[in-house]
Design a protein around this ligand. Structure first.
Ligand code: BG6
Length: 484
C-alpha cells in the first residue's frame, strides 16, 4: 500500500556553496562560505580576513557541481527524484550583494540547471539564503546587523522570482534562520546573517539581525505572492526537539523557554507576529531592538505558505539553580562543545560527530509543527553523516545510512497516517557527498552517491553509486511502501 499521494516530493537537498565550487567563475563574487577554512571532527572552521593564499577553503571547488550538474541531476533522475532542493548562490546573481544590476551569467547558470531538473521530471525547491551571503555585505555593512541588507535581499529575491517564474514552484527564504540562537555564536551569526562583528553585546545584536532577516523574509514572501501566485514560499527552521530531562515541573518550564528561544522565529514566519514572550524577554534584558510599527505590519503581510524544516537530532534540557531560564545561546551542540543547559540523553546513541540519533523525534517534530501552525509541512533535510569505506571493487556498503533513513521514514509515515499531518515532501540531506557546513570536511559523508575527494581536497571527483542509492530508488518507486 502506498502511504503518500502520487505527487509527494521525494528527493534530496543540498546548498549551492556546499557543492557547486566555481567560487570565482562566471562573474561570481566571494561569499562568506569562501572565507571559511576546513575544520575537522570537533575542530571548528576558521573565518579568515578575506581569501588568503595557502589556506584550505573547501567550498572553493567543493564537488564542482558547477560543471558536473548534468551528470549529477541524471543520477538523481535515475533514483526517481521528484524534487531537488538547492539554493541560488546570491553572489552568482549579485557578486557584491549591493550591485545595481544582476549578473546575467549567474542567472543563465540556474536557468539551465532548473531546465535540466525538469527534463527528468524533478521539481526544483529553492532556498534564497543558505549560509552564502556576499562577503562584501559582511565587511561593508556587518550583514543583517544593518537594515540596508533588507533591501538588498528583497532585490535579489525579486530578480529570482521574475526570472524563474514558472520554473520554480517551491521557494524558501532563509535556511535554518533560528540557528543563530545557539552557540558557537560567531559562526552562526556569520552563516545566517553575514554578521562579521558580533560586538560586545552579541545576544542583543543577534536578536536585531534576526528581526531584520525576518522582515527581509516577509518582504520576499509578499513579492513572491505578487510575482508568481502559483508558487509556494516557505520558511526553513532547524528543528531539534528539546525534551525536558525529567518530569520535574522545573525541567518542563525550562523546556517551554527552550522552545521559546529556539522557535520564536517560526511564530513570526507562520503567524506574522513577534510573540509576547519575546517582547517581554527583550524588556527584561534591557535589549533595545529597532522594530518600527511599519515593520510590524510587514511581518503580518509576509506569512509563509508552508513550513520547511531540517531534522537531524534531538536534545534534552534540565533546569539549573543558577540559571532559572534555558539558555541555548550559551549552550553548545554535542560534538561541537557541550555546555549550558543541554544535557546528555541516556536513551539515545550518537553519530561519530556526537549528534544524537532519534527517529521518533521526527514524528514528534511533525506533530509539534502541525498542531501549532496548522500549515503544510516539508521535511527539507534529514540525513546521516558518516565515514564511508570504499571496497576494492569500488562499492560502498552504507547499510548504517539505510538504517538511519528507514527509521526516520517510518516515523514520518506514522505522523502522516496515524497523526494526520499534512506533509508535502521529504528531501533527505544530501543525496551526493558534499562539503560539511559545520566542519568543512568532505569525509563527513551523507550521500547515496560517493564523490572521490577527501578532507585534504585530493581525489578525481568521480561519482559512484553506494548501496543506499538502490535502496532509495526502490523507496521512491514504491512511494514509501517498501522500506526493507
Ligand atoms: C544543516 C544545514 O544544518 O545541516 C546544512 O542546513 C548542513 O547546510 C547540514 O550541511 C548537515 O550539517 P553538516 O555540518 O554535517 O554539514
Amino acid at each position: 500500500m502506498a502511504h503518500f499521494p502520487k505527487d509527494f516530493l521525494w528527493g534530496g537537498a543540498v546548498a549551492a556553496h556546499q557543492l557547486e565550487g566555481g567560487w570565482n567563475k562566471g562573474g561570481k563574487g566571494p561569499s562568506i562560505a569562501d572565507v571559511m577554512t576546513a575544520g575537522g571532527n570537533g575542530i571548528p572552521r576558521r573565518i579568515t580576513d578575506g581569501v588568503i593564499e595557502g589556506e584550505n577553503y573547501p567550498n572553493h571547488e567543493a564537488i564542482d557541481f558547477y560543471t558536473h550538474y548534468r551528470e549529477d541531476i541524471a543520477l538523481f533522475g535515475e533514483m526517481g527524484f521528484k524534487a531537488f532542493r538547492t539554493s541560488i548562490a546570491w553572489t552568482r546573481i549579485f557578486p557584491n550583494g549591493d550591485d545595481a544590476e544582476p549578473n546575467e551569467e549567474g542567472l543563465a547558470f540556474y536557468d539551465d540547471m532548473f531546465d535540466c531538473c525538469h527534463e527528468y521530471g524533478i521539481e526544483p525547491v529553492i532556498t534564497l539564503q543558505h549560509f552564502e551571503m556576499p562577503y562584501h555585505l559582511a565587511t561593508e555593512y556587518n550583514g543583517f546587523a544593518d537594515k540596508r541588507c533588507i533591501d538588498f535581499f528583497e532585490r535579489f529575491a525579486r530578480v529570482c522570482f521574475e526570472r524563474y517564474k514558472g520554473k520554480v514552484k517551491y521557494w524558501m527564504t532563509f535556511n535554518e534562520i533560528n540557528n543563530q540562537s545557539a552557540a558557537p555564536i560567531a559562526h552562526h551569526m556569520l552563516q545566517e546573517g553575514a554578521v562579521l562583528n558580533i560586538g560586545d553585546k552579541p545576544e542583543e545584536l543577534m536578536y536585531q539581525a534576526s528581526i531584520n532577516e525576518l522582515i527581509a523574509s516577509a518582504k520576499a514572501v509578499k513579492a513572491c505572492h505578487e510575482i508568481d501566485p502559483d508558487a509556494m514560499i516557505g520558511c526553513m527552521i532547524a528543528f531539534c526537539p528539546l525534551y525536558a530531562k525529567t518530569c520535574d515541573p522545573k525541567d518542563q518550564m525550562e523546556k517551554t523557554w527552550a522552545d521559546h528561544k529556539r522557535y520564536w522565529y517560526c511564530d513570526v514566519h507562520a503567524k506574522g507576529r513577534v510573540p509576547a514572550y519575546i517582547f517581554r524577554y527583550w524588556e527584561r534584558m534591557g535589549f533595545n531592538i529597532d522594530l518600527s510599527d511599519e515593520e510590524i505590519a510587514i511581518l503580518k503581510e509576509g506569512i509563509v505558505d508552508y513550513i520547511g524544516f531540517s531534522y537531524y537530532m534531538s536534545f534534552a534540557t534540565a533546569a539549573r539553580d543558577d540559571n532559572p531560564e534555558f539558555n541555548f545561546y550559551e549552550a553548545g551542540i554535542p560534538g561541537v562543545g557541550q555546555a549550558g543547559d543541554i544535557v546528555p540523553n541516556e536513551f539515545l546513541k550518537t553519530t561519530d560527530w556526537g549528534w544524537p540519533v532519534d527517529p521518533l523525534g521526527l514524528r514528534y517534530a511533525l506533530n509539534w509543527f502541525y498542531e501549532r501552525y496548522d500549515q503544510p509541512l516539508m521535511i527539507v533535510e534529514n540525513g546521516f553523516g558518516a565515514y564511508d569505506k570504499v571496497e576494492a571493487d569500488g562499492s560502498v556498503d552504507d547499510s548504517y545510512r539505510i538504517d538511519y533513513l528507514r527509521e526516520h521514514i517510518r516515523a514520518m509515515i506514522d505522523a502522516v497516517e496515524k497523526d494526520g499531518v499534512n506533509l508535502l515532501g521529504y528531501t533527505m540531506w544530501a543525496p551526493i557527498d558534499i562539503v560539511s557546513a559545520s566542519s568543512g570536511e568532505m569525509d563527513k559523508r551523507y550521500g547515496f552517491i560517493y564523490v572521490d575527494k577527501n578532507n585534504a581536497g585530493e581525489g578525481t571527483l568521480a561519482r559512484s553509486r553506494k548501496k543506499s542509492f538502490y535502496w532509495y530508488k526502490h523507496v521512491i518507486e514504491t512511494n514509501g511502501a517498501e522500506l526493507d
